[in-house]
Unconditional design. Sequence first.
Length: 108
Amino acid sequence: MEYAASGASEATTTQSSPNTSITSSEAATTTTTSLPVVDGLAGDANGNGTVDMSDAVLIMQSLANPSKFKVVRNDLADVFEPGSGVTSMDALSIQKLLLGLITELPEK
Ligand SMILES: [Ca+2]
């Protein structure tokens, strides 16, 4: 089943006019799914669609101060030995990915 998206191809015109500040304001669509399918990026602890240092930081913060910080996506945060729960090892795995020491999450 192929889904052909018709139209919608936007021509990006890049002009070098001096006083043009391009501000792209993409509305962040928050989709809440109750399906058991993991529909996100492994390691995306804060659920913002990317895996970066803020995910590792959030995991550490949630461990240090759980009443103040909550991991948004526990299912995605558990990237070290999946099923073991969210620990500092998950934050470490995310940092390893960011450093290029590993190439994918969950860490194997
Ligand atoms: Ca993230």
